[in-house]
Design a protein around this ligand. Structure first.
Ligand code: UFG
Length: 324
C-alpha cells in the first residue's frame, strides 16, 4: 500500500514516515519545507516539494504514485500565532485540508488519516479527557483542528473513505538525535534553552488547582505518536467503514514542576533554580487523555515514559546546539 504523507519532512511527520517505512509501507512525502527538512527523511523516500494548497501538485503526486491512502500532517501549529493570524491559520489548516481531501476524493483515495490535537478540547474540566468530552477550542488553532475533523468525517461519509482523526496530546522526544524537534515552542525545548543560556527555567503559574499548583499535561513520545499512526493506517486499510476519532496520549499527567525537575536531572544543569512567572494566558490547569478508546480500537498503547522523552529530546538538542 502506498501512503502520501503531507508534512512528512517535519518533526512529527518524519517520525511517522520512519515508522511506516520500518513497517514495510511505501511512502511519498509532500512538504513545502517551510519548517521541514529533507535530511529528516529515510534514504530512498520520495519527496515532492509543494504546498497542500496546490491542487496541481496534489493531483500529480496522487496519480504518479498510485496513492492508496493519505496521512495529512502538514499544518501550522502555534497556538499564540494563530490568535494573531487567524486568517492564515484557517487558510493553511482548513483550506489546506479541504484541498487535499478534494484531490484525494477525486483521485479515488479510500483512506484518510488526519492529525488533530488535544487543543480541540480547550479547557476541559475533567480528570481524564475522553473523546466524548465536549470540544470547546480556545484558539483559532484549536478551531481549525476541530473544523478539520468535521470536514474529514463528512467527506469520509460522502465519498466512501475510511477516516481517522488522531488528537495528539503534548508531543516530546525523538527517535534519533537527528529527528529532534527543531522548534523552541514547547515546555521541554524552552527549558533546555533557558538552562543552556544560564537562565532560570520559567514555570508559568504555580497557583492552579492541581496537586503542586503547576499545570498538568499528558506528555507523549513522538515515537509513540508514530506507532499510533501505523496502527491507524493498518486499521483503515482493513476496514473501509472506519470513522475514528481517537486521543493519542499516555493517560498519565505530569506537572510543569515535575517536568522541570526531570529536565534538570537529565541535563545535569541544576542551576539556576526554576522561577515562577505569571500564568500564561489561555493555559488550562489540566489536560490528560483517556487512552482507553485508542487501546481498544487499535490495540495500541504508549511505550515510552517521560524520562525517555526528555533524554532523547536532550540528545537532539545537543546535536543542534553543541556545547563546549
Ligand atoms: N510552560 C512553562 N514554562 C515554559 C514553557 C511552558 O511553565 O517555559 C508550561 C505551559 O504554561 C503549560 C505547559 O508548560 O502549562 C505545557 O506548555 P506547552 O507550550 O509545551 O504545551 P501546551 O499544553 O500549551 O500546548 C501543546 C501544544 C499545542 C497543542 C496542545 C494540546 O503546543 O499545539 O499541547 O494540548 F494544541
Amino acid at each position: 500500500m502506498t501512503w502520501m504523507i503531507t508534512g512528512g519532512a517535519g518533526y512529527i511527520g518524519s517520525h511517522v514516515v520512519k515508522a511506516l517505512v520500518d513497517g514495510g509501507e511505501q511512502v511519498v512525502v509532500l512538504d513545502d519545507l517551510s519548517t521541514g527538512d529533507p535530511a529528516r527523511l529515510p534514504e530512498g523516500v520520495r519527496l515532492e516539494r509543494g504546498t497542500v494548497l496546490d491542487r496541481d501538485v496534489l493531483d500529480r503526486v496522487l496519480r504518479e504514485n498510485d496513492v492508496d491512502g493519505v496521512i495529512h500532517i502538514a499544518a501550522k501549529k502555534q497556538v499564540g500565532e494563530s490568535v494573531e493570524r487567524p486568517l492564515h491559520y484557517y487558510r493553511e489548516n482548513v483550506e489546506g485540508l479541504r484541498t487535499v481531501l478534494e484531490a484525494a476524493a477525486e483521485a479515488g483515495v479510500r483512506r484518510f488519516l488526519f492529525s488533530s490535537s488535544a487543543a480541540v478540547y480547550g479547557m476541559p474540566d475533567v480528570d481524564l479527557v475522553t473523546e466524548q468530552t465536549e470540544c470547546l477550542p480556545m484558539s483559532p488553532y484549536g478551531e481549525t483542528k476541530l473544523a478539520g475533523e468535521w470536514l474529514v468525517s463528512a467527506v469520509g461519509k460522502a465519498h466512501g473513505m475510511a477516516t481517522a482523526s488522531l488528537r495528539y496530546f503534548n508531543v516530546a522526544g525523538a527517535a534519533t538525535p537527528e529527528l529532534g524537534d527543531p522548534g523552541i515552542f514547547n515546555l521541554v525545548p524552552m527549558v533546555f534553552e533557558r538552562l543552556t543560556d544560564g537562565k532560570a527555567p520559567l514555570i508559568f503559574g504555580d497557583d492552579y488547582a492541581t496537586p503542586d499548583g503547576t499545570c498538568v499535561r499528558d506528555y507523549i513520545h513522538v515515537e509513540d505518536i508514530a506507532t499510533a499512526h501505523v496502527a491507524a493506517a493498518h486499521r483503515l486499510a482493513a476496514d473501509p467503514d472506519a470513522a475514528l476519532i481517537l486521543n493519542i496520549g499516555r493517560g498519565e499527567g505530569a506537572s510543569v514542576a515535575e517536568m522541570v525537575d526531570i529536565i534538570r536531572d537529565v541535563t545535569g544543569i541544576t542551576e539556576p533554580a526554576p522561577e515562577v512567572a505569571p500564568r500564561r494566558a489561555g493555559d488550562p490547569a489540566r489536560v490528560v487523555a483517556s487512552a482507553e478508546l485508542i487501546t481498544k480500537e487499535l490495540d495500541w498503547s504508549a511505550r515510552h515514559d517521560i524520562r525517555s522523552m526528555i533524554t532523547s529530546a536532550w540528545e537532539g538538542w545537543l546535536l543542534r546546539h553543541p556545547r563546549d
